[in-house]
Write a protein that binds this ligand. Structure first.
Ligand SMILES: [Fe+2]
Length: 310
């Protein structure tokens, strides 16, 4: 396996994900924890190798939303399926989809089917969500893009004075998909927000140390982020979103990009309705329990059992 730095953030691993050995999986896990973002290109457009890659990192978090086969057929009642013991056809392995594509009856076949999807992460609470997100380019993804911002690179580049200013800072947040997923229809938005019955406020330390000891930031600013230090948000927005910390992936069916949801943010680059109405990305969210020892005890607010309940 050859590891090639990507432009501005993350690495590309030159390999065929359908032919990985046990050692390859272990190496990939280490490379991932060190770089937070890995792209795999020129891959066979298959589901099981993609699912295996994620499963070697940790349990699936979004298995209840894996409702679709690769060909777009609905699966019905979702079950947790281990890709290493799965014996069906590759097409039949369950997936979650990001798409605006509708069924013949006009029903959605995926999430975020509309409009702008600005900088966001899957970590919309205090370490109580899946830390890993893997996306796979699927139908009509050719030539569309997702951008990823690496806060470890941004942090590393900060002046000592700014690093000092960030130390010990606690961010106040509120889950606010209406800010970063403006295309989501109101009923779906209300569902995501628990119909106003759930308290979606949370706090997170600004500075986080990755599993390789390098520091970065949790800075999901669209979640109504505030700091006691009133100017800090603006300063960090200007600093972090410089293009030198942003990798833009151009999708081809079969490509996979995995990214850490504490220390990176991502966004949709194009949201032309005609493109989004057809384009499909596959999405697997996963925990880190197969990569990081004592993950459920030490590094997340989730419990071991949650990996099957989340
Ligand atoms: Fe996303």
């Amino acid at each position: 396996m050859k590891v090639i730095p990507l432009v501005n953030a993350g690495v590309l691993i030159d390999c065929d994900i359908s032919k990985l050995t046990e050692q390859d999986y272990q190496d990939i896990n280490e490379i991932y924890l060190d770089n937070l973002l890995i792209a795999f290109v020129d891959q066979p457009f298959e589901t099981v190798p993609f699912a295996k890659l994620c499963h070697k990192m940790g349990g699936f978090a979004n298995w209840k939303q894996m409702l679709w086969k690769q060909d777009g057929a609905n699966i019905g009642n979702p079950q947790y399926v281990d890709p290493f013991t799965f014996e069906g056809d590759d097409n039949d392995f369950p997936l979650q989809r990001v798409t605006g594509k509708k069924t013949d009856k006009g029903l959605p076949t995926g999430i975020f089917g509309n409009g702008e999807l600005d900088w966001h992460s899957n970590m919309n609470g205090d370490m109580d969500r899946a830390r890993g997100v893997a996306l796979q380019g699927a139908w009509h993804s050719e030539g569309t893009h997702t951008a990823f911002m690496d806060t470890v690179k941004a942090y590393d580049d900060m002046s000592d004075e700014l690093k000092e200013r960030c130390e010990g800072v606690i961010g106040n947040y509120e889950y606010a998909p209406e800010n970063w997923a403006k295309g989501v229809a109101t009923p779906q938005l209300q569902m995501m927000k628990g119909f106003g019955l759930v308290d979606h406020k949370y706090t997170m330390p600004l500075v986080h140390e990755g599993f390789n000891g390098k520091k970065g930031l949790y800075f999901h600013y669209h979640n109504n982020c505030t700091f006691e230090d009133k100017e800090l948000k603006k300063i960090l927005m200007e600093h972090c979103f410089q293009s030198k910390y942003i990798y833009e992936h151009e999708w081809h069916p079969g490509d996979v990009v995995i990214s850490d949801q504490v220390l990176t943010l991502h966004k949709r680059v194009e949201w032309d309705p005609e493109v989004i109405a057809k384009r499909v990305l596959h999405r697997i969210t996963f925990h880190y329990d197969n990569m990081v020892e004592d993950y459920f005890d030490k590094y997340t607010k989730l419990k071991d059992t949650d990996k099957l309940e989340y």
